[in-house]
Unconditional design. Structure first.
Length: 424
């Protein structure tokens, strides 16, 4: 039985308290302000997608870790392990049809027992499913044929129904639709058909639901994607209505894109609905969040934090999720490191002296502006992130606990070494 209790050794705890005290003094914060900072980090919760718990792969191969979840129940079990150790996630995102629950009541009970809820439900029109009458080879919501589009629309409506039964209120749509060769698509018409299809799906959502529309510049289509950028996504959302928002996935940008500026722009127009975290060097690389560009992650959180404290910003709450697959690392370990990096970037962003920055921006003091950001970014906030975790009963060092409790070994013993999870 995997131990649920996270004991902190007295020696480690003493070191942690000393680090905390040092940081509080260095930041010259009162006990109350320091405590508020920790509470803000505690409040940041990031959903885990059901498809990220198995070992990922590329078209060249896959090297399973073993002990992978074979069912929705086992995926929830894994997210429960991550929650227990990190306290940085309280929800699971599902992909339909991979995660259709057999027994809704039992799933709800499992979630409840682990302090979890269902976050978004995600449709899948990027694959053909067994028994499906029509193929998505040439697109889904953009398809030239009415019956194919209708099949894809109906699938999304079914996804909403599954979500309703599990208490979700968010439908996420990511389309693989696009073209590989010049001339293959009439760009204008493919967009118009997609718009109409999304409007129909939007109309089928209950009044308290939100639709998130994700964009991606390339892959699987290499010449054109129907929704390649945030502007297209925004246009589609506007056409649907007030409860359709843009979803930004960190890996869905061409190298060197200024993602923090996109975040600021969407916040300004009130349409930033969701965020998928991962690490990326070239594209949808699915690396650990913050592994390659921690400064960019900090700058993104700086925009989110300043946006949240600006009364002029009327953006809805943003739904956070990790969207990565794990080719080399143990998926549970990788997800825990991502959660840690996300909270670290957020904690650093909360340290930015916003008033001083605004003054320096007003004075066009470029050096001061940059220094204010660097001061926050270079602060070692690990004690704050650890404190946020242990205040809620999490582990002082989740990774070490995962290894010393030999959790993966237990999962392999229970589920086998050669299991293959459904997912990406
Ligand atoms: C494909 O790029 C992708 O990673 C999208 O980001 C979706 O969010 C995810 O798959 C699941 O459909
Ligand atoms: Mn994504």
């Amino acid at each position: 039985m995997i131990s649920e209790v996270n004991e902190v050794s007295p020696v480690e705890h003493k070191k942690h308290v000393a680090g905390l005290e040092f940081l509080k003094n260095a930041l010259e914060l009162s006990d109350q302000n320091f405590s508020n900072l920790v509470s803000a980090v505690q409040a940041l919760q990031v959903a885990i997608p059901s498809w990220a718990l198995g070992t990922g792969g590329t078209r060249f191969g896959r090297f399973p870790e073993g002990g992978e979840p074979r069912s929705l129940e086992e995926k929830i079990e894994d997210v429960g392990i991550i929650r227990n150790l990190t306290r940085a996630t309280n929800s699971v995102s599902l992909h339909i049809p991979w995660d259709i629950p057999k027994d809704v009541a039992a799933i709800q009970q499992m979630l409840h027992a682990r302090g979890l809820v269902i976050d978004s439900v995600n449709s899948n029109t990027f694959q053909d499913q067994a028994g499906q009458p029509l193929s998505y080879k040439f697109g889904s919501l953009c398809h030239t044929s009415d019956p194919v589009r209708n099949q894809a629309i109906q699938h999304n409506i079914e996804v909403i129904e599954h979500g309703k039964s599990l208490g979700s209120k968010v439908l996420t749509v990511w389309l693989a639709d696009g073209s590989n060769f010049p001339g293959q698509h009439n760009f204008r018409r493919a967009f118009a058909r997609t718009q109409k299809s999304l409007e129909q799906i939007y109309k089928a959502m209950p009044a308290d639901w939100t639709m998130l529309v994700e964009y991606k510049p390339y892959e699987p289509s290499f010449y054109s994607m129907v929704i390649p950028d945030w502007g297209t996504s925004h246009e589609l959302c506007k056409g649907c209505g007030d409860r359709a928002h843009v979803l930004v996935d960190l890996g869905h940008h061409l190298p060197n894109t200024n993602i923090e500026q996109i975040v600021a722009r969407l916040l300004h127009i009130g349409r930033l609905g969701g965020f998928h975290f991962n690490g990326s060097q070239y594209g949808d690389d699915d690396l650990t969040t913050g592994a390659i560009k921690p400064f960019q992650l900090f700058l993104i959180f700086h925009e989110l934090a300043t946006g949240a404290s600006d009364t002029l910003v009327k953006n809805p709450p943003v739904a956070y999720m990790i969207d990565a697959s794990h080719n080399l690392k143990d998926p549970i370990e990788d997800l825990m490191i991502s959660l840690e990096n996300i909270r670290t970037a957020y904690a650093k962003a909360l340290l930015v002296d916003i008033r001083a920055l605004e003054q320096a921006q007003h004075d066009n003091d470029v050096v001061a502006c940059e220094q204010i950001l660097q001061r926050a970014f270079q602060t070692d906030v690990r004690p704050i992130v650890a404190e946020a975790r242990i205040r809620e009963g999490g582990a002082l060092n989740p990774l070490e606990s995962f290894r010393s409790k030999r959790i993966r070994t237990e999962l392999i013993a229970k589920r086998g070494r050669k299991t293959i999870a459904t997912g990406l």
